[in-house]
Design a protein around this ligand. Structure first.
Ligand code: 1GP
Length: 263
């Protein structure tokens, strides 16, 4: 059984690989997910800001789930294997039209600094019946888009949080906790030229006990380490995974990053 509760624990800094179904075929996505699982990643997120729909999301989820199950089965045949490839596959959707009933969970998010009610509550209501019927577990999440914000910021009509606006992130982090959200995600936007600032992560960290997820523009060990030293519980990388077609190379790169955030 996949342990979704583990996502909510603040045990040690962890890595999640974000797979965008609009950018890669399901078989490639599955290879990358296996590489991540074998490197020690703890979650696969599925989503993107544009170009995803129920079909490409579901095809990708199914391919990844099957591949991870196969690797897990294979590892049970070797008593010396300690690697857990049974990691959760979690939807990180652009909206109610990019869901799959086959995922383990969904980040059921409010884009708290959006100016568009659609991203505050509209898409969430539109997807509610599907999620309930499918049995996919919702993980309520406060989602904050920080500058530069990228496509996620544009599509989500975010009133971006600037790198030094610690007061604002403090209030949002407290509000996320008061709403009862289970996770707080600080996003700089996929491919961001600079990741979420340490000041923002530190301010959020000192304002809430919620697990903090940080992503956007994290390309290397240094940025990942900085995010964790500032208080991130989860480091998400998306583009980095897409740079490697060779699974062994990707595994090696992710292993280095995971080692760096868990010295
Ligand atoms: C985007 O935070 C994620 O939602 C990942 O960003 O693609 O820049 O790693 P990158």
């Amino acid at each position: 059984m996949v342990d979704v509760d583990a996502v909510l624990q603040r045990s040690h800094p962890r890595h999640a690989l974000l797979i965008d179904p609009a950018d890669q075929e399901p078989e490639i996505a599955a290879k990358r997910a296996i590489a991540a699982a074998l490197a020690g990643s703890s979650m696969i997120l599925i989503g993107g800001s544009s170009g995803t729909d129920n079909r490409n999301v579901d095809d990708t989820v199914v391919a990844i789930k099957e591949a991870l199950e196969l690797v897990e089965w294979a590892s049970t045949q070797h008593s010396d294997s300690s690697q857990n490839s049974n990691i959760p596959v979690v939807l990180f959707p652009q909206g109610a039209n990019a869901l799959s009933p086959n995922a383990d969970a969904i980040t059921y998010m409010m884009l708290m600094n959006s100016k568009d009610p659609r991203f505050l509550i509209g898409e969430q209501v539109a997807g509610a019946q599907f999620i309930r019927k499918s049995g996919v577990r919702p993980i309520s999440m406060g989602y904050l888009i920080c500058a530069p914000g990228g496509k996620a910021g544009e599509v989500g009509m975010a009133d971006l949080i600037q790198p030094g606006d610690t007061e604002r992130v403090t209030s949002f982090a407290m509000a996320a906790e008061m709403f009862g959200f289970r996770l707080l995600y600080l996003e700089a936007g996929s491919g961001a030229s600079s990741p979420v600032s340490s000041d923002l992560i530190k301010a959020a960290r000192s304002s809430t006990d919620l697990p903090i997820v940080v992503g956007g523009g994290i390309r290397g060990v240094e940025a990942a380490r900085r995010a964790v030293e500032s208080g991130a519980d989860w480091v998400v990388t998306g583009n980095l995974g897409e740079e490697f077609d060779d699974a062994d190379e990707l595994k090696a790169v992710l292993q280095d990053m995971i080692k760096a955030i868990n010295p």
